[in-house]
Write a protein that binds this ligand. Structure first.
Ligand code: FMN
Length: 236
């Protein structure tokens, strides 16, 4: 392993050469992957998602639920970051995550309430893409969920100011200490801005990779009159 990249210098030539060799010589998904029979897939995407996420949690890592959330930036350009999937409602086709309404993503979602969620589970060679409209959940319910979070997660949320410029790490430690004292004094405290967001899917795509590159893609789209889901295969 090389130095760690905090010095601001360029990667040593040997590292870069080794990396380039790896990038060219290491095809993705070159291993045995599960089969997928799209014709046998359930009528709606929620059930299939639940089974794929359970598979991923069993064989991948305990973080298989983390997902890339893409939003539309206030400048109209795409933006993306990782969040944790908090819940899924297979009946309604809604995927839930939580964040601070005052953060960039929160402000972006207030201005343009549409988003995409993208998972990739390497051990299974599977990708899932969800696109849809985003609605903030009920504030009282969010408060109840917040109180169930670990003390450290609650302290982190109470610190707030997410994505603002931080002068020094010491300022952060001080704010963290203050948040812990606040929580100790008032254990039921809910961080201002803590919000659960539901992505109501319009479209959900399941992508099963194959080592021989004969990947399979199945997309579910909501009918225009909300009368169930249409399913179709896509060319890979
Ligand atoms: C594994 C992992 C899980 C994360 N989970 C969340 C989350 O559930 N909610 C959240 O707001 N940020 C989460 N973050 C932090 C975000 O990726 C991001 O840094 C932060 O929300 C600020 O994003 P924004 O500036 O686009 O609002 C997580 C980051 C990682 C790496």
């Amino acid at each position: 392993m090389s130095g760690g990249g905090m010095t601001g210098g360029e990667a040593p030539a040997a590292d870069l050469a080794a990396l380039r060799e790896l990038l060219l010589g290491r095809p993705a998904m070159a291993r045995e992957l599960p089969g997928f029979v799209p014709e046998a897939a359930p009528a709606g995407p929620g059930e299939l998602f639940v089974s794929w996420l359970l598979d991923a949690l069993r064989v991948e890592s305990p973080d298989a639920q983390v997902v890339t959330l893409s939003t539309v930036g206030l400048d109209g350009a795409p933006d993306a970051r990782i969040v944790v999937l908090r819940d899924v409602d297979p009946e309604l086709g809604v995927w839930w995550f939580a964040g601070d309404a005052r953060s960039p993503k929160g402000r972006q979602l207030a201005a343009e309430p549409r988003a995409a969620l993208t998972w990739y589970w390497p051990a299974l060679g599977r990708q899932v893409r969800v696109r849809g409209e985003v609605t903030p959940g009920d504030a009282a319910a969010a408060g109840e969920v917040f109180r169930l979070l670990s003390p450290k997660s609650r302290a982190a949320a109470l610190v707030g100011r997410q994505s603002e410029r931080l002068g020094t790490a010491q300022e952060f430690w001080a704010a963290w200490g203050a948040a812990e004292r606040e929580l100790a004094a008032e254990p039921g405290l809910v961080a201002q801005g803590y919000t659960q967001y539901g992505v109501r899917a319009r479209e959900v795509e399941f992508w099963q990779g194959a080592a021989d590159r004969r990947h399979l893609r199945l997309v579910y789209r909501r009918g225009s009159r909300d009368d169930g889901w249409r399913r179709e295969l896509l060319w890979p």
